[in-house]
Design a protein. Structure first.
Lengths: 386, 295
């Protein structure tokens, strides 16, 4: 789960990592009020779950409360990478002398977290890793003991020449490592970690990504969930895994790998997938209904493709779920069903009872769905179930 | 022959009295797997269907029945502990089906089982494995398989079944099919399984099904490039996945520019591996590599 910069900074502050004074604002007037309270030049920063905020104009400086209000007004109206900006962080400006990078991330290959640090902060660390890998210092964290203070010192004295500044950075890195572990993060990043002209060290930006699998033991962090797509939220509550894309073929699939492969097959045959949707092993009609409602609400969807492999899942149960869902609501777009595996003859009987046919081949089903979507696009008024 | 499991593998089921545990214990028995024991703390002394004795601890189960493999169906919050219990009891193979284990828990588990070196872990978040006609451990449906000489290794569940069934329909049987799991931290990697298949005299070719996220496929490609002795056919799921979004599996996420399907497909192509564009191309590619070899 992604959290916003201002939320990550609250976690930082509670962990003893220095962050510039500031607060989050939902309106331009609030932004002005915060700037007045801070009584300093401020920076107004869009709070969205997307990178590249600065380049998109989502981070702007303001010298006065009035200017902060105007800048907030501009940013609050913006969309960054398709995401509307609903709140801004208004924070004190710093007198920046140097920008470092500190981050902790899971190293999957080594099966332990790794600290990455660099004197080349403030820019995309992946870019640094690609173009100048020698500028990044790496240190794996002992999974049982955590990051030792001496390791933090070694790292910080490597990237920062001035001893007294490095001495201030090292405990910040230890606190970041402790936080990473305590909140079950999969990423904790300070980019940039700023050295101000007076030699003080600040986390100017903050990024924390939380492990979804561990949220059950952190209800206080679950409460930080914000700005989720309403359909994705509805899917999650129903135990479905849904991600919206941009295409025309809505997909309902059992299993994550098969769902990804279904999207790939659609693309290979010249169609465009509208989503990733894994209904899991369940054949619960409510899940099927939720899935169809979600896909139907996406106006770009021109056909819905069910791809069900009955291994443990019984395909007749899924067919029953589809029949019950259709009895409750008629979809506005054609439905194509591919199912194969356990009890597929019975499933086909159920489907033909409600006027639906199905195929056993994924490729065949995908081709049919693409054809149906093309027809629907050519004659939108003629939409509906066939 | 087959790898990892065979007719004589003796299995203990951790979480045997749960809904999933009991269902799959019965399904394994029906397939012919030697399910010799179950474990549910507090249910020791009882039996499943009057035929499988249940114990309170894995240690007792192993001592009483000589189980040498464990399969875990316990909920995510308790699964890490269950893996450690199996490792401490010394079962040679531990298969963890459970999905949703926190990554931090798996980091600790890996640290401990690496030190103990008593067990090979498969999973978590995997469908398990099957040596068709001999034994299955986990949740794979037996009816889609047929005995044969192609090994299959995959990070996913139903996509694995899809490909196994396509092979079976094309009359290409399998030696062993293994789902290694869709999480960021798993016990057995593609490279580990490729090495086992390389050494198995009854496996002629390998099908590898990868997906976006991580670098396990790239490492497999590098391993194959260094004179892997058997033909490999691969498919990578998630060619259309956008970066930064988790595609169901906790491990299936493209971070920045790394872990993309494109990168993995290129790595395999460079290693001389036939890469299928869609899953249905796999059987023909396998037939072609095998007959090329026989000729």
């Amino acid at each position: 789960m992604n959290i916003h910069e201002h939320q990550a900074k609250d976690l930082f502050a509670a962990a003893g990592i220095p962050v510039p004074r500031g607060r989050v604002a939902h309106t331009p007037a609030e932004a002005r009020e915060i700037a007045r309270e801070l009584n300093a030049k401020v920076v107004v920063k869009a709070q969205v779950h997307a990178g590249g905020r600065g380049k998109a104009g989502g981070i702007q400086l303001a010298a006065t409360p009035e200017e902060a209000e105007a800048k907030a007004k501009a940013i609050l109206g913006m969309e960054i990478k398709g995401l509307p900006v609903k709140r801004v962080l208004v924070a004190e400006q710093l007198d920046i002398e140097h920008e470092h990078y500190l981050g902790i991330v899971l190293d999957r290959a080594r099966k332990r977290p790794v600290v990455m640090a660099s004197a080349a902060g403030g820019i995309d660390i992946e870019e640094v890793a690609r173009t100048a890998p020698e500028k990044i210092v790496r240190c794996h964290v002992d999974p049982l003991a955590g990051l030792h203070p001496f390791e933090a010192r070694e790292i910080c004295f490597t990237i920062e020449r001035r001893g007294e500044v490095a001495q201030r950075m090292a405990p910040i890195l230890n606190r970041l490592a402790d936080l990473y572990r305590r909140v079950d993060a999969s990423l904790a990043e300070i980019n940039p970690l700023v050295v101000a002209r007076d030699g003080q060290v600040w986390a100017l930006d903050a990024k924390v990504v939380l492990d979804d699998n561990a949220l059950y033991r952190h209800p206080e962090l679950e409460a930080l969930r914000e700005d989720e797509d309403p359909n994705e939220a509805a899917a999650r509550r129903m135990g479905l895994s849904y991600i919206r894309l941009d295409g025309e073929i809505g997909c309902v699939v059992n299993g994550a790998g098969l769902a990804m492969a279904t999207m790939d097959v659609i693309k290979a045959y010249g169609g465009t997938p509208a989503n990733f949707l894994d209904i899991g092993g369940s054949s619960n009609p409510d899940k099927v209904l939720t899935a169809m409602d979600i896909l139907a609400s996406d106006r770009k969807v021109k056909a819905i493709f069910f791809n069900i492999f009955g291994g443990i899942t019984r395909t007749d149960d899924v067919a029953q779920g589809i029949a019950q869902a259709l009895a409750k609501r008629k979809p506005r777009v054609p439905i194509v069903i591919r199912l194969t595996g356990t009890n597929e003859e019975r499933a086909r009987e159920i489907l033909s009872g409600i006027g639906l046919t199905s195929t056993t081949s994924m490729d065949e089903g995908v081709k049919q769905a693409i054809a149906q979507a093309r027809e629907g696009r050519a004659a939108p008024a003629a939409g509906g179930r066939r | 022959m087959s790898i990892l499991i065979h007719e004589r593998t003796r299995v203990v089921v951790q979480g045997i009295t749960g809904r999933d545990g009991s269902f799959h214990a019965r399904s394994m028995l029906e397939y012919g797997t030697q399910v010799v024991a179950g474990v549910t703390p507090g249910k020791g002394g009882s039996q499943l269907d009057g035929r499988v004795p249940i114990f309170d601890t894995v240690k007792e189960a192993v001592r009483a029945t000589g189980a040498d493999a464990s399969v875990i169906y316990v909920p995510a919050a308790f699964a890490a502990d269950a893996i450690l219990e199996a490792a401490a009891a010394g079962v040679a193979l531990t298969v963890c089906i459970t999905e949703g284990i926190p990554v931090a828990d798996m980091i600790e588990v890996w640290e401990v089982i690496e030190r103990l070196k008593t067990t090979r872990l498969i999973g978590p978040n995997c469908p398990g494995l099957i040596s068709p006609g001999k034994s299955k451990i986990g949740i794979m449906p037996g009816f889609i398989c047929r005995p044969g000489r192609v090994g299959l290794v995959s990070r996913s569940g139903t996509l694995t079944y899809e490909v196994v069934k396509a092979l079976t329909d094309a009359e290409i049987g399998q030696s062993t099919c293994i789902g290694i799991g869709g999480d960021p931290i798993i016990g057995t990697s593609f490279v580990d399984v490729l090495a086992l298949f390389a050494a198995d005299p009854d496996t002629d070719a390998v099908v590898l099904i990868g997906e976006i996220g991580g670098t396990d496929e790239q490492e497999a490609a590098e391993f194959i490039r260094r004179r892997y002795p058997k033909p490999v056919v691969a498919f990578i799921a998630g060619q259309t996945a956008p970066p930064g979004r988790r595609m169901g599996h906790a491990g299936a996420i493209v971070s920045g520019s790394s872990g993309t399907a494109e990168e993995k497909i290129r790595a395999f192509a460079d290693a001389g591996v036939g890469v299928a564009r869609v899953p249905s191309e796999i059987p023909a590619k396998v037939s072609a590599t095998i007959s090329a070899r026989v000729r």
